[in-house]
Design a protein around this ligand. Structure first.
Ligand code: SAM
Length: 324
């Protein structure tokens, strides 16, 4: 099992298969952004599979495909099928904005992806348009329906509430998730890159009392995939609300993850610069033993915590560059 200098077990790898996205969410990729990674620097599916197999041999059991928008990477179901067949890969999941999901949900499920997070910030088309820069609401709703039809259960919807923009939409989102059996997760906006630093996210710790009272929710001990969300449930257990509070109540002491970006860099923390480049090793034809040693060395670099509150301007990477 991998563990870091602070005694944390690292058993979760998020893998960005592309840094490109078809949306321009106001807190993520800026409009007109041109600094995407050159295709020759993208890890190939063979290279990604090698890295993930190495993590699995080192005891990592959970892997999530993300981006950018992962469904933009051509042939993603073929990669997912290779990964889910690897010894030790017990849990392969995906985070998507849902715009391409309608056409890919079945292939992804058939390929062994079992858990799905879909990002959606509002059920009002004009609000989605203003946050994401695209009229994508109907496509996302069709994608969610296709995902259920394909056999995905316990689908999570990720919403980033922004003050004065969509924070008034939380109740409608809860009602929608109750009706359709989705889990809703509210995420505090993080100061990643210029976009994240300008985002005015909601303090969810303060909002919690109002939501639990209004919807009769009680604290749950569910972990649901081992991420940083804390959960609340309705009395009959039919609805689950998750809160991810990196700003108002950080959870670095129990951080269990690192991230692989599309260019083969391992990032140790969303909010810090510590990183380790695996691509040069992979392209120099390193042995499996050397790759595993490099991963262990990288984990040693993992910092204790982010500094989102004390130094919010420090992180110049957008979430999509690290692999959100
Ligand atoms: N394109 C996919 C999607 O939309 O889910 C995966 C990548 S996206 C970067 C992953 C998640 O990061 C999304 O739920 C998005 O809302 C969230 N995100 C992006 N920038 C963020 C920020 N500055 N603070 C908090 N969440 C952010």
């Amino acid at each position: 099992m991998l563990s870091d200098r602070f005694g944390r077990t690292i058993d979760y790898l998020r893998v960005s298969v592309t840094d490109r996205c078809d949306l321009r969410c106001s807190y993520c990729i800026p409009k007109g952004f041109k600094g995407f990674e050159e295709p020759e620097n993208w890890l190939s599916f063979d290279e990604m599979t090698r890295v993930i197999a190495a993590f699995a041999r080192l005891g990592t059991r959970r892997f999530r495909l993300t981006g950018g928008e992962p469904l933009l990477r051509r042939g993603l179901p073929a990669l997912a099928a290779r990964l889910s067949a690897l010894p030790g890969v017990d849990d392969l999941s995906l985070t998507t904005n849902g715009t391409q999901l309608q056409h890919q949900a079945q292939a992804l499920h058939d390929a062994g992806v079992r858990r799905l997070n879909v990002s959606l910030d509002s059920l009002r088309a004009e609000c989605v348009q203003s946050i994401c820069g695209s009229d994508s609401l109907d496509k996302v709703l069709d994608g969610l329906a296709a995902a259920r039809h394909a056999g995905f259960s316990a689908i999570k919807i990720n919403m980033v509430p922004l003050l004065g923009v969509n924070d008034g939409d939380i109740e409608a989102m809860i009602a929608y998730c109750i009706e359709h059996g989705f889990i809703l997760r509210l995420i505090e906006a993080m100061p990643m890159g210029s976009t994240g630093q300008h985002a005015q996210g909601l303090d969810l710790t303060r909002k919690l009392d109002e939501l639990t009272r209004r919807f009769g929710l009680h604290a749950s001990c569910k972990t649901l995939g081992g991420g940083p969300a804390r959960y609340w449930e309705s009395r009959d257990g039919s609805f689950t609300l998750g809160l991810i509070t990196p700003m108002s109540q950080h959870f670095c002491a129990s951080c269990n993850r690192v991230r692989l970006s599309v260019d083969g860099t391992l990032y140790m923390c969303l909010g810090q610069e510590e990183r380790f480049e695996l691509r040069p090793l992979l392209r120099a034809g390193c042995s499996d033993a050397r790759l595993e040693a490099a991963i262990r060395d990288a984990i040693e670099l993992k910092p204790e915590k982010h500094d989102f509150i004390t130094q919010p301007s420090r992180v110049v990477r957008f979430m999509s560059m690290t692999g959100g």
